[in-house]
Design a protein around this ligand. Sequence first.
Ligand code: COA
Length: 119
Amino acid sequence: MDRLLEIDRICFPPDQAYSRAEMLFYLKRRSSIGLAAERDGEILGFAIGHVAGGSISRVITLDVIPEARRWKIGTGLMEALHGEFRSRGASRAVLEVDTANTGAQRFYHTFGYKPTLTE
Ligand SMILES: CC(C)(COP(=O)(O)OP(=O)(O)OC[C@H]1O[C@@H](n2cnc3c(N)ncnc32)[C@H](O)[C@@H]1OP(=O)(O)O)[C@@H](O)C(=O)NCCC(=O)NCCS
């Protein structure tokens, strides 16, 4: 948990990074999926997802430390997450990404996510 919070603080500005209580909430729900990418015992990235029931799943967060980016760790985590979504009956996935986060938007575009505007 400490490492996940540390990575989240590195990946997101203070107003977007999760508190310990938020991270625990997202990880401990029965419908939560938590995946970590490790090398030599060190977590380099992680993903949290959720299937709420029905056919819709949600990517809650995806974080890869800056030193390990563009190594396809994010791709591996998303592929594993999508596999979990499918195995739990979800046929559609949604996520939220900051409009200023163009790198992540390009990344998600490679998986077929299409933008929709919300308030
Ligand atoms: C977005 C993020 C998860 C991508 O992880 P990653 O492991 O670096 O991604 P991958 O190596 O699997 O990238 C796969 C492809 O996505 C695209 N991509 C990834 N990051 C990109 C960026 N910053 N700009 C443009 N395209 C990008 C590229 O097409 C890339 O393929 P390429 O390297 O062969 O060109 C990572 O940059 C990150 O943790 N960012 C901070 C947190 C964040 O924004 N999370 C997502 C919002 S919830």
